[in-house]
Design a protein around this ligand. Structure first.
Ligand SMILES: Cc1ncc(COP(=O)(O)O)c(C=O)c1O
Length: 448
């Protein structure tokens, strides 16, 4: 691959064919782009499986106790993904009735599902308890109350863990930092009410207290914060243990960052797990505690880099500066992250891979009616023409998941690529999908 595509090389699975087109696992991405007028998300199945295996192998290497991995379905979920995860022996972290519904439709083993969320409704809790999923992650006092009542009505004992906010400084975008002071998620580690709630769950016949969960945030690259959080949480577990409350499970959430550009830090799954497991073992030993079952909940680090998005370039505008505006056939409706978090991305022109001609600086703008609908603020690309295929990388996580019908753009389809072949994973939303739930009241049908 030509110089200048260093980031792309780091992603793996990509190469350039004799037509100078970018391929993924030998599938020509420029040909794939012709399948739709809308953008297309592409997921590399091999890369997803490889990332899962990296977690599995790192945990079996570095953690001497039992461990379980729960894929955080908020990053991306569809029916096929549930099947793939089940084939790989993974658990599933859901945070809504919708995610639970998809998992159930895919016959995902209920005993491998955990339920998160900071405001679970009564119906969500009742359905999760009825389904006998593995565990509910308690976020607040009202929720525990609700769980106890529902479990009593259903004459059952519900497994619960508590989401504890360790209150540390997390180095990530403020919108995705969760383990920080005054976060809307979880129970404050320093609040005496937290321990009182745990004690209630521990003593009740209707709940089985399993353990403690924390999640620092997403797109985190820094061990120091994790280490501080682990230290505080293990000290808290010791405090509970001294009160006679056994903590069988420790869930350290997800959060491992994924590089989106050549300038981002890169931290492998192996290294991340090695460091965290080392710290957990050390803290447990220092506190003279028996090692717990360790749970992790990765989302982004499994699916983000396995995805790319294919766009077509439409109009190009020249305002007389060094930066031309290239508009693509998608935008914030299929990738909200740049507008929401000012996220940066890398891209290439997929049909001009070994380009020897002139390059140009572009701002990549979307087609949504918002000035903030900019996918990439500045990128150097081969001189573009309408019809060129812009391929944006690392779009597997929190893209399709955050997509909307803004401007009534239909949701793009997803293609799953595997060993030189591709298949639809989710079809493009048909226009009918835009109106299927609309109801026109009779009186509006009369023209007077
Ligand atoms: C509780 C919980 N677990 C896991 C995750 C997954 O995080 P990530 O996709 O960064 O791995 C999230 C996402 O923010 C989360 O809120």
């Amino acid at each position: 691959m030509k110089h200048g595509h260093r980031f792309l090389e780091s992603l793996g699975g990509f190469s350039v064919n004799e037509k100078n087109h970018l391929t993924i696992n030998s599938v020509d991405l420029v040909d794939l782009a012709k399948l739709s007028d809308r953008p297309l998300y592409v997921l590399n199945e091999d890369a997803i499986r490889k990332n899962i295996k990296a977690y599995q192998s790192a945990l079996s290497t570095y953690y001497p106790g039992k461990s379980e991995i729960f894929y955080a379905s908020k990053a991306f979920l569809n029916l096929g993904m549930c099947y793939l995860l089940n084939q790989e022996g993974m658990g599933l972290d859901v945070c809504s009735e919708g995610e639970l519904f998809i998992a159930q439709k895919a016959d995902f083993p209920l005993t491998k599902i955990i339920f998160h969320g900071n405001n679970k409704s009564h119906t969500e809790l009742a359905k999760a308890i009825q389904a006998k999923i593995q565990c509910i992650m308690v976020d607040n006092a009202c929720e525990l109350d609700d769980i106890l009542k529902i479990s009593e009505i259903q004459a059952t004992t519900t497994n619960v863990m508590f989401r504890i906010n360790p209150v540390v400084e997390v180095d990530t975008h403020a919108y995705i930092a969760t383990g920080v002071k005054d976060s809307k998620f979880g129970l404050d580690i320093d609040d005496p009410l937290t321990a009182a709630l745990i004690e209630t769950a521990f003593k009740s016949h209707f709940t089985h207290f399993k353990g403690i969960h924390f999640h620092l945030g997403s797109q985190v690259f820094d061990f120091v914060t994790y280490k501080q959080a682990i230290k505080k949480i293990v000290a808290y577990i010791k405090f509970l243990n001294d009160k006679g409350i056994e903590v069988e499970v420790l869930n350290i959430g997800g959060g491992l960052g994924t590089p989106y550009t050549i300038n981002d830090t890169s931290l492998t799954i192996d290294r991340f797990i090695q460091e965290l497991c080392g710290q957990i073992c050390e803290e447990y030993q220092l506190n003279n505690l028996k090692l717990p079952t360790l749970m992790v909940e990765p989302g982004r680090s499994i699916i983000a880099a396995a995805g790319c998005t294919l766009y077509k370039i439409g109009h190009i505008k020249d305002y007389g500066s060094d930066l031309l505006y290239a508009a693509v056939n998608g935008g914030m409706s299929d990738n909200l992250r740049p507008s929401l978090y000012q996220s940066q991305y890398s891209a290439v022109i997929g049909n001009k891979m070994n380009w020897e001609g002139p390059t140009q600086e572009y701002k990549i703008v979307g087609k949504c009616c918002e000035t903030g609908d900019v996918l990439i603020q500045r990128i150097s690309l081969p001189k573009c023409q309408p019809g060129d295929i812009l391929i944006m990388f690392v779009t597997g996580a929190y893209q399709h998941a955050l997509a909307s019908n803004y401007n009534k753009h239909t949701l793009p389809g997803i293609l799953l690529v595997r060993e030189g072949t591709y298949e639809w994973f989710t079809k493009e939303q048909p226009y009918e999908g835009l109106i299927q739930n609309d109801v026109v009241p009779e009186h509006l049908k009369k023209v007077v």
